[in-house]
Design a protein around this ligand. Sequence first.
Ligand SMILES: Nc1ncnc2c1ncn2[C@@H]1O[C@H](COP(=O)(O)OP(=O)(O)O)[C@@H](O)[C@H]1O
Ligand SMILES: [Mg+2]
Length: 229
Amino acid sequence: MILFQNVNKDYNGRPALSNLNLHIGKGEFAFLVGPSGAGKSTMMRLLYREELPNSGQIFMGGVNLNKLPTYQVPRLRRRLGIIFQDYKLLPKQTVFNNVAYVLRALGVDEKNVEKRVISALSVVNIESKKNAYPTELSGGEQQRVGIARAIVNGPPVLLADEPTGNLDPATSLEIVQLLAEISQRGTTVLIATHDEPIVNALRKRVIALHAGQIVADVDSGVYELKGNS
Ligand SMILES: Nc1ncnc2c1ncn2[C@@H]1O[C@H](COP(=O)(O)OP(=O)(O)O)[C@@H](O)[C@H]1O
Ligand SMILES: [Mg+2]
């Protein structure tokens, strides 16, 4: 589903990713870990075609992102659910409207908007707050709305960049457990994080990045990978 082949990415001549090779299969759940500056967010931005690599190939669901014309980037992003550290909800819109936004933009009729939004809100167990505004919600609730928005269009891939960065430990665990449940229904999930406890609690695939290179890739791993591979 996700494939990096010999990918290099520089910023002003300084390498952020060096000769990166990685495959993540359909329906897999993986953590991308590593210290600040390791290149995690760069990998995410390459995957949603915010940026292009300097060399190498990146495939998303069989599509070569280097060859994707700019006018098809919105179509790529509709097939991706993206979850952010700071939620990026529309502050003046209700929970319902935040999740409905993308469907309405696609011209989905209002009856189906209603059905799909309620279904997405129920997956993250926040239906009861559908008429609330983001400022009336806790951080964990806001992130659950962020997840509902990401899954409402049924994307095959979910990308989350530090989704628990603003949450307390217990809420962080709830959020990643929710993402793991969603993955179990067949969605490929990649979470970039340096939140050690959540990684250690889930025992999923852990891909460790350091200075732009993959230094470990372990199934059922923990954050501290040394001596564990
Ligand atoms: N837009 C940018 N311009 C210049 N350098 C950048 C930019 N984005 C990231 N970098 C650099 O690339 C490296 C990887 O950054 P990043 O992907 O944000 O790492 P992480 O998400 O793991 O903290 C860092 O050295 C960072 O300073
Ligand atoms: Mg980052």
